[in-house]
Design a binder for this molecule. Structure first.
Ligand code: ADP
Ligand code: MG
Length: 121
């Protein structure tokens, strides 16, 4: 659905992959974190700014963190064997997006979003 919409908006093929990955990543995180399986999703084009926002809403008050991806190899070596790694997905999104952020919503929950300036055809 996202891929179709991006192509309909004229996003260049090379940027479609990046933005679709962001959609998958943010929605997957939201599904994992949210109570009652309530998840929201938006893909919004701002034509004049030539920006696209990819955003997922979930009901958890916890904010995302990107701790593990900032670890050095030495720090990774020092972790216990059963350490569950995480935190690369958002780092990838943050690396390809113009900016990322979170916004709490009334009544609990928050949007996690990534704003892109993709190439257009
Ligand atoms: N929507 C979210 N709500 C609360 N915490 C989140 C959310 N998204 C991510 N996180 C937290 O931030 C960490 C990093 O997320 P991410 O980079 O997607 O890594 P991964 O999904 O591989 O664990 C997650 O382990 C989780 O603890
Ligand atoms: Mg993730």
């Amino acid at each position: 659905m996202v891929t179709n919409r991006l192509m309909w908006w004229g996003v260049a093929r090379e940027s479609v992959g990046e933005l679709s990955l962001a959609a998958v990543e943010l929605v997957t995180n939201a599904c994992r974190e949210t109570p009652l399986a309530r998840v929201g999703f938006r893909a919004v084009l701002a034509p004049r700014a030539r920006e696209i926002t990819i955003a997922a809403w979930d009901g958890s008050p916890e904010m995302p963190k990107m701790d593990d991806s900032a670890l050095t190899l030495e720090e990774i070596d020092a972790l216990p064997d059963d350490h569950e790694f995480g935190g690369w997905g958002l780092r990838l999104v943050a690396g390809s997006a113009a900016r990322v952020g979170t916004r709490s919503t009334e009544g609990g929950g928050k949007w996690v979003y990534a704003i892109y300036r993709p190439k257009f055809t």
